[in-house]
Design a protein around this ligand. Structure first.
Ligand SMILES: Cc1cc2nc3c(=O)[nH]c(=O)nc-3n(C[C@H](O)[C@H](O)[C@H](O)COP(=O)(O)OP(=O)(O)OC[C@H]3O[C@@H](n4cnc5c(N)ncnc54)[C@H](O)[C@@H]3O)c2cc1C
Length: 303
C-alpha cells in the first residue's frame, strides 16, 4: 500500500513549489503533481522578481525551486490530476499513480491567459522577443515610451490601457468589433490621448521592426502588443468538491488560504489577487504553514 501523504500539491508553478519546499522542511510527506504548463515558463526574463538584479528566466526559477524542494524530500509526479475525491481522512486524486491518499490537498493550479489568434511558433517567438506581453504590472517598465497596442474588449482593456499610460503616451486600444465602451470608459480613453481602432487582429507577422497585424482598416505595426482578453481559471477540481468560487471563477479562501472544504487549500493565481510570482509564493508560504498547523491540531506529528 502506498503511504498516506500529509499533503498533495496540485500544480508545480511558483506557488506549488514554494509550498513543497516549506512542507518538506516541516518533515511532512508531500508530493507535487504537475502537468507542466506554469505561466512562469513563458517568462523570458523577469525583472521585477526581488533578489535577481540581472533578472531570471521563468524556466530557470522553476528549476531552482524544484531542485530545492527535491533536496528536502518532496516527491514529484509529472501528470495531470483529472479528479479529486473526498475519502475518509482525506482525499484521493485521479491520475497520480504511485501515491497514496492525501490528508490535505493544496490547489496551486494557476490560470491560462486567453490568446489572440497567433499560431505557434510565432506566439512563442513574440513572447521571447518582447513583441507580445501579458502582464503590464510585470513588464510595463520594459515598454517605456514605446508604441504599444492593447487588444481586448470592454472594461478590462480600458483598465490595462490606463495602467500602461504611465509608461508610454504612444498607446492604441484595438477594440473587438461589436464592443461598445461605456461613456465613462470612452471619456477616460479620450482624456488620456489613447487612440481607438476597431477590429479583431489577424495575420500576425514579426520582424525586426515590430509586430504587425491586419484589422479591417488595414495593417498596423507596434513595438509591443498586450492582449487583455482575460484568463481561464483552473478551479474545476475545487468546484467539483464544492469549494466556493468568485463570480470570475477564482477559488475563495480565508486569510490562511483555507477553502470552505475541510483539508482543501489554495494559493497563487487560481485565488483572487495580484497575479504575480511574489504573491503566489507568499500565499503558498501561508498555506503550507496553515496546513502544518491544521494537521497537528487533529493529531500531533512527533519525531
Ligand atoms: C508572459 C508572462 C510574463 C510574466 N512575467 C512575470 C514577471 O515578470 N513577474 C511576475 O511576478 N509574474 C510574471 N508573470 C505571472 C506569473 O507567471 C504568475 O503569476 C505565476 O506563474 C503564478 O504562479 P502559480 O504557481 O499560481 O501558477 P502557475 O505558475 O501557472 O502554475 C500552475 C501549475 O499548475 C499546473 N496544473 C494546473 N492544473 C493542473 C492539474 N489538474 N493537474 C496537474 N497540474 C496542473 C499547471 O500546468 C502549472 O504548472 C508572467 C506571466 C506571463 C504569462
Amino acid at each position: 500500500m502506498p503511504e498516506t501523504l500529509h499533503c498533495l500539491i496540485v500544480g508545480g508553478g511558483p506557488a506549488g513549489l514554494t509550498a513543497a519546499i516549506y512542507l518538506a522542511r516541516f518533515h511532512l510527506k508531500v508530493a507535487v503533481a504537475d502537468d507542466g504548463n506554469s505561466r512562469a515558463r513563458q517568462i523570458p526574463c523577469t525583472h521585477n522578481h526581488a533578489g535577481f538584479p540581472e533578472g531570471i528566466a521563468g524556466t530557470e526559477l522553476l528549476e531552482r525551486m524544484r531542485r530545492q524542494a527535491l533536496k528536502f524530500g518532496a516527491r514529484f509526479v509529472d501528470t495531470h490530476v483529472d479528479g479529486l475525491a473526498i475519502i475518509p481522512g482525506g482525499f484521493e486524486a485521479g491520475g497520480c499513480n504511485g501515491f497514496g491518499p492525501a490528508r490535505t490537498v493544496l490547489l496551486a493550479t494557476g490560470v491560462t491567459n486567453r490568446r489572440p489568434a497567433i499560431p505557434e511558433p510565432l506566439h512563442a517567438d513574440a513572447l521571447r522577443t518582447g513583441r507580445l506581453r501579458y502582464c503590464p504590472v510585470c513588464d510595463g517598465y520594459e515598454v517605456t515610451d514605446l508604441n504599444v497596442a492593447v487588444i481586448g474588449c470592454g472594461a478590462r482593456a480600458v483598465t490595462e490601457c490606463i495602467f500602461l499610460r504611465s509608461y508610454t503616451a504612444r498607446l492604441t486600444l484595438i477594440l473587438d468589433e461589436g464592443t461598445e465602451l461605456t461613456e465613462d470608459d470612452a471619456a477616460r480613453i479620450h482624456a488620456n490621448g489613447i487612440c481607438i481602432v476597431r477590429g479583431r487582429p489577424t495575420d500576425f507577422i514579426l520582424d525586426e521592426t515590430g509586430i504587425h497585424f491586419a484589422v479591417s482598416q488595414g495593417r498596423m505595426t507596434f513595438d509591443t502588443v498586450y492582449p487583455a482578453l482575460g484568463s481561464e481559471i483552473h478551479s474545476g477540481l475545487a468546484a467539483s468538491l464544492g469549494a466556493a468560487l468568485t463570480d470570475e471563477g477564482c477559488i475563495k479562501v480565508d486569510a490562511h488560504q483555507r477553502t470552505n472544504v475541510r483539508g482543501l487549500y489554495a494559493a497563487g493565481d487560481v485565488v483572487v489577487g495580484l497575479d504575480q510570482i511574489s504573491h503566489a509564493m507568499g500565499e503558498a508560504g501561508v498555506a503550507a504553514t496553515t496546513i502544518r498547523n491544521d494537521l497537528t491540531a487533529y493529531e500531533p506529528i512527533l519525531r
